[in-house]
Design a protein around this ligand. Structure first.
Ligand code: PEP
Ligand code: MN
Length: 344
């Protein structure tokens, strides 16, 4: 259920509705928008009918939302959400480029790549300290030492950090070090992890599961939001199909499909999406053209020596070209490349 307040509703009127909802044992989520505030109601509504809040002062209408996702929907918030990741806005009119290695391998490797991301015009840095690998014998990441390296790199290059948490204990660590918690494709439906992320104060980058539908992706975002963390960024990273010329198939049409029904920003990851270095640049251009709020790409200065995902890592020079071209395409669409943080 969604309670839409009048455009001029006063804070105490909103507060009165919230108190009433909570008194009924339900959860109230005030969602301020450009035009009006809506209050999402979650929890087991069952027999309780909070419908008569319709008569509360300041209430415009009560909408019974028929689909299972609520807080993620444009009905709850008609205008686009803009989410700050360490001071860089994701969503709205700006587009962002997130770049970095698949995995943090050493301080030297991470510094070297971070420098190229900053010089190339990227706004956010990525790199895994905890790697969910298909084989237990593959490199699993440096763990907390990797997070320390990321934190040092953030200070040195003024690049906010996005890094993955793979379970509850690593999420607790990631939220201490990083600016944004990544939940990977393999964990998109790890509901207890989603709830833990929902109780964090850090924004969450939620990647689409490799066989998840649009509705499943939105419901996973809803899990995070229903716990009170409204700062969710979605990410299309390719799904499994019969096509075997790429690692996965980038489902670009999910971008406009999501934009129609959700206010959340969505990025595209053409690195995991294609698994092939030579496809990353063209698919990045296409992602922006189709309306994505940015791209997330893997970069390595020596891809042949990378401990994971070398074949899909682009070189620093290609990264700089990618940022320039993303910027040019964004401008055709009346958007701009988000400014990077100034170097302190
Ligand atoms: C990653 O971004 O490092 C990653 C493992 O991606 P995904 O979860 O999309 O496979
Ligand atoms: Mn990777």
């Amino acid at each position: 259920m969604l309670i839409v307040m009048e455009a001029g509703a006063r804070p105490e009127q909103i507060e009165a509705v919230v108190r009433h909802i909570e008194k009924m044992g339900l959860k109230a989520h005030p969602i301020p928008g450009a035009q009006r505030t809506a209050i999402g109601v979650t929890g087991r509504q069952g027999m309780k009918d909070p419908g008569f809040v319709e008569n509360f002062p300041g209430v415009k209408e009560v909408i019974h939302v028929s689909h299972s996702y609520k807080l993620v929907s444009r009905e709850a918030k008609p205008d686009d959400s803009v989410i700050s990741v360490g001071g860089v806005d994701v969503g709205g009119t700006g587009v962002v480029v997130v770049g970095g290695p698949c995995a943090v391998e050493s301080i030297d490797q991470t510094r070297r790549i971070a420098e190229s991301i900053k010089l190339g015009g990227g706004q956010l840095f990525r790199g895994g300290a905890y790697k969910p690998r298909t084989s237990p014998y593959s490199f699993q990441g440096l763990g907390e030492q990797g997070l320390e390296i990321l934190a040092r790199v953030r200070e040195e290059f003024d690049l906010p950090i996005v890094t993955e948490a793979i379970d509850e204990p690593t999420l607790k660590l990631v939220e201490q070090y990083a600016d944004c918690i990544q939940i990977g494709a393999r964990n998109m439906q790890n509901f207890s992890l989603l709830k833990t992320a929902g109780r964090s104060r850090k924004p969450v980058l939620l990647k689409r599961g490799m066989s998840a539908t649009l509705e499943e992706l939105l419901l996973s975002a809803e899990y995070i939001m229903s716990e009170g963390n409204y700062n969710v960024i979605l990410c299309e990273r390719g799904v499994r199909t019969f096509s075997d010329h790429t690692r996965n198939t980038v489902d670009l049409s999910i971008v406009p499909a999501i934009k129609r029904i959700s206010h959340l920003p969505i990025l595209v990851d053409p690195s995991h999406g294609t698994g092939k270095r030579n496809k990353v640049l063209p698919m990045s251009r296409a992602s922006i053209a189709v309306g994505a709020d940015g791209v997330l790409v893997e970069v390595h200065h020596k891809p042949e020596e990378a401990l994971s995902d070398g074949p899909q890592a682009i070189l620093p020079a290609t990264f700089a070209q990618l940022v320039r071209e993303v910027d040019a395409i964004a401008q055709v669409l009346g958007r701009t490349l988000q400014p990077a943080l100034a170097t302190s």
